[in-house]
Design a protein around this ligand. Sequence first.
Ligand code: FMN
Length: 214
Amino acid sequence: MEDFIEQMRNDHKEFDHGSLEGFFGHAPFDLFNSWYSEAIRTAQLEPNAFVLATVDFRSQPSSRILYLKELLAEKFVFYTNYQSHKGKDLAANSNASMLFFWPGLQRQIRIDGNCSKVSEEVSDAYFSSRPRGSQIGAWASHQSEQLSDRADLEQRLEMYAEKFPTEVPRPPHWGGFELKPTLVEFWQGRPSRLHDRIVYELDENDWKIYRKNP
Ligand SMILES: Cc1cc2nc3c(=O)[nH]c(=O)nc-3n(C[C@H](O)[C@H](O)[C@H](O)COP(=O)(O)O)c2cc1C
């Protein structure tokens, strides 16, 4: 273990894949789309996975990985159980932060903003596109609640599979959130830790663009 820590301490990685120079666009969405498509095109592992950080009613932060499913009308959409830990956090405090990290491109994007539920129609449309197993799973899993025995989950899975032999309706407690960004930071690794950081910050209705020290 100590050897491993020593090894991490001595691992002085160089960041030399690219730079952020020139014109970035008036809003962060073109640059986000461009980096996101590049992550997909260059086959980065789990390109649409991001960390979602939320804060609960006691101001305790927590984070977990989710999948980005859509960028709809300049809002970042993900799907989950509304009664989960994160769902309850967002009901009490709708501010959240998303973080994408594509190590192969030496890039991260931080997106701070405010979440609200997407419309029932948007959630229905996405739910109906999911594989049947995931649809039944959304009914069976009481996400984030204690589970004393995995057999209970499997029993509920069977129960719902019987209850919905053909079409599976969307559970009322399951759906999408959309995060409306107020700040988006693009980070590109550069040599000697002198990384590029370009921030878009919403000021009234305009995006202010500035650089930050690394
Ligand atoms: C790669 C990956 C993708 C995930 N995508 C989702 C997702 O889109 N929605 C979701 O509810 N949970 C997803 N999860 C599970 C979450 O990380 C988390 O365990 C779950 O949502 C419960 O979180 P909570 O108890 O903090 O609410 C994913 C996990 C991984 C590792």
